[in-house]
Design a protein. Structure first.
Length: 233
């Protein structure tokens, strides 16, 4: 792929604008009201629906994160199963490049974004925490929740699916993103804006320099040259 500089700059501008419209207003302007309303809507439901408490505890257990990896793997498996040996190896390498990219973008976002804030379960008082109700292991709080790293990983996966596997696969990956990213918001481990501002703006700023330039293709080529299995293909 040739470098699509105009598209990169446009996406970067959208990412910076999205972040600044949240970051610059005092107390984050209307975004804080939205964050608070979303948190209290789900938190109030915990008092009345025991089944909802169990649901949030299960889907926010660390072990459940493996289900998101399984869902992403199954989406790529569709292409792997109907491909030949050389293409199968390439699909695996695309997955490795995607993971490497996710680590780089996440670390840069955590380092460069001038924001540190606790999750709503640590910010508000007189609220219910799932871990206090059930006393089981679940992620319902974070001392530094911005940007949402789980949501960022899922968005990066979606972008890679669009770049290498097409629009239909991208739309399916967005469904996976919603299913596995927003339970963190529902339980109060993340603010809504940790994802729709933090994760999304990070991806809009960092990822185009990987996917809309030859960078990702070159990483795939380098791994294809040096990783085991080349002679068998």
């Amino acid at each position: 792929m040739k470098t699509r500089l105009s598209s990169i700059l446009l996406l970067n501008a959208a990412g910076f604008a999205l972040f600044l419209c949240w970051y610059l207003p005092e107390n984050h302007g209307f975004w804080f009201a939205l964050d608070a309303a979303v948190f209290h809507f789900f938190n109030h439901a915990l008092a009345d629906h025991r089944a909802f408490v169990w649901f949030l505890a299960i889907v926010n257990n660390r072990a459940f994160d493996a289900c998101s990896l399984l869902a992403m793997g199954c989406l790529m498996l569709r292409f792997w199963l109907r491909s030949g040996p050389s293409e199968r190896r390439r699909i695996v390498i695309i997955g490795l490049v995607m993971l490497l990219t996710a680590v780089i973008v996440n670390q840069l976002a955590q380092l460069l974004m001038p924001v540190k804030r606790a999750s709503p379960t640590l910010f508000f008082t007189d609220i219910l925490r799932v871990s206090n109700v059930l006393h089981i292991s679940t992620k319902d709080a974070s001392k530094d929740s911005f940007p949402g790293d789980h949501g960022m990983m899922l968005l990066i996966f979606s972008a890679f699916m669009w770049r290498y596997f097409g629009l239909k696969t991208f739309l399916l990956s967005l469904v996976i993103f919603v299913i596995f990213a927003f339970p963190r918001v529902m339980i109060g481990a993340h603010w809504l804006t940790d994802i729709v501002i933090g994760s999304l703006s990070s991806v809009l700023i960092g990822l185009p320099w990987i996917l809309l330039t030859p960078a990702s293709d070159k990483m795939i080529c380098v791994m294809a040259r040096y990783l085991p299995g080349r002679k068998e293909t």
